[in-house]
Design a protein. Sequence first.
Length: 162
Amino acid sequence: MEEQNSKTITAFDSLFTTNRIQMLKILLPRLAPEQQSGFAVYIKLLELQYTLSFLRRHPGMRLMGSGKQLSADFFQGDNADTFELLDEMMPFSGPKERARIENIKNMIMNLKKMQEMMEMIQMLQELFPEGMGGDNPMDMFSGMSDSGLSSIFQMFGGDSSE
């Protein structure tokens, strides 16, 4: 996964540079320490100028990739792209960001499990339109022991201790 991230970053950097800028980057470590900081700023300025020029010449151009674009429904439906994006961001995250990313992934998984449970309840209601013995859908669980509830949670991939 990290190799793919490296390729994406390298491709981005290559898009917004020239051979001249690359040669200056090679020259940078060979300069005296007191000259390196100013030269590094000069290199970044050249990259910015080239980037602005490139974007003016190619307005509206898709710069990279053919992956799914972010949109309001990015976190709905099939979440493979969402998890891939979050996993790609992980190596560049600090401890707090990593924890947030893991929380987001867990939240998405839990919402998906909840949706599956709601679909199951709806299917049961369609199978038994007369009801399950009460108006409250949770009444069907009232006679179950803790071990019965645990097996239901495990069936949906959950942990009964949560």
